[in-house]
Design a protein around this ligand. Structure first.
Ligand code: OAD
Length: 265
């Protein structure tokens, strides 16, 4: 079927998925923590199991937890930020960039806060849960773009004060109990409702409202392709399940789309 035969995924599923993508004009790619695994970024849950396992997520990823103990929460996020800053996009990220000239409109909607899609070169990225590389102040949400002290995340340290209002700085990510950024949600839901194919990569489908996106796309008549080494909560919604790591499956899939496009010219 012209897929090169190198990938481990089931070739028939890959061929069907490639065919849908090659015919599509509007594609949404919805990514979760599994997308960044091969870049060495631990998921929220993995990170919790390491050094900071003794703390409850309610203490580390909520506004109430931050207010109770800003030194602890700032210290934990300093460690996550450092790992994110050191990480680099892997081949699946570049495969999504290579999809752009093959499809009229590609929108990446991510739950990840590492910023790697933009760094890889994806042009239309919607970040549903914010971005760990940015900080803002706790009380007034003033963005802060100055230097931050280099911390290794091994220790609790005071968050610097906002230079505008003096309230402590916090990571610009969505914490439990917080609203998702309105414009990002509006754009993601609109694109999902308009697309012909939604490609779901590396998400367990357990965090809402992000988990609703494939349902939105399905209801609007789109095909849903899932890439994950193991079935997720959303596998039942997928038209095709490509079992495997993003770094293996996405480059193979995009190569197959390119071959189809060349074949139809
Ligand atoms: P999860 O950590 O819940 O799920 C990660 C998914 O990635 C699982 O389904 C894995 O099987 C899959 N996976 C693992 N390795 C992979 C690989 N190499 N390639 C592809 N997939 C792989 O992550 P999310 O569904 O993204 O929310 O949920 C994370 C959200 O929960 C975060 O955005 C955060 C957290 O609570 C907020 O902060 C609001």
């Amino acid at each position: 079927m012209g897929t090169g035969g190198k990938e481990h995924v089931e070739p028939e599923g890959l061929a069907r998925a490639a065919e849908w993508l090659a015919r599509a004009e509007r594609v949404v790619v919805s990514t979760g923590a599994g997308m960044s695994r091969e870049s060495g970024i631990p998921t929220f849950r993995d990170a919790m199991e390491e050094l900071w396992a003794r703390f409850d997520p309610q203490e580390l990823a909520t506004e109430a937890g931050f207010r109770r103990n800003p030194r602890r929460v700032w210290g934990w996020y300093a460690g996550r930020r450092r790992r994110v800053m050191e990480a680099e996009p892997h081949p699946a990220y570049f495969a999504l960039v290579e999809l752009e000239p093959l499809v009229a409109e590609v929108t990446v909607v991510t739950q990840n806060v590492d910023g790697l899609h933009a760094i890889a070169g994806s042009h239309d990225v919607v970040e549903l849960h914010g971005n760990l590389r940015r900080v803002k102040c706790l009380d007034r949400h003033h963005p802060y773009s100055g230097e931050l002290p280099d911390q290794d995340g091994q220790a609790e340290t005071d968050p610097p004060p906002c230079p505008v209002c003096g309230s402590p700085l916090r990571p610009d990510v969505v914490w439990f109990g917080e609203m998702l950024p309105e414009r990002a949600v509006e754009r993601a839901w609109r694109r999902a409702g308009e697309c012909e194919v939604l490609l779901l990569v590396g998400t367990s489908g357990t965090v809402w409202p992000a988990a609703e996106l494939p349902h939105v796309a399905r209801r609007a008549g789109a095909r849903v392709i899932e890439v994950n080494p193991q079935p997720s909560e959303l596998t039942a919604v997928a038209d095709v399940f490509l079992q495997g790591a993003a770094g293996e499956v996405l480059p193979a899939l995009v190569r197959a789309v390119a071959e189809r496009k060349r074949g139809s010219e």
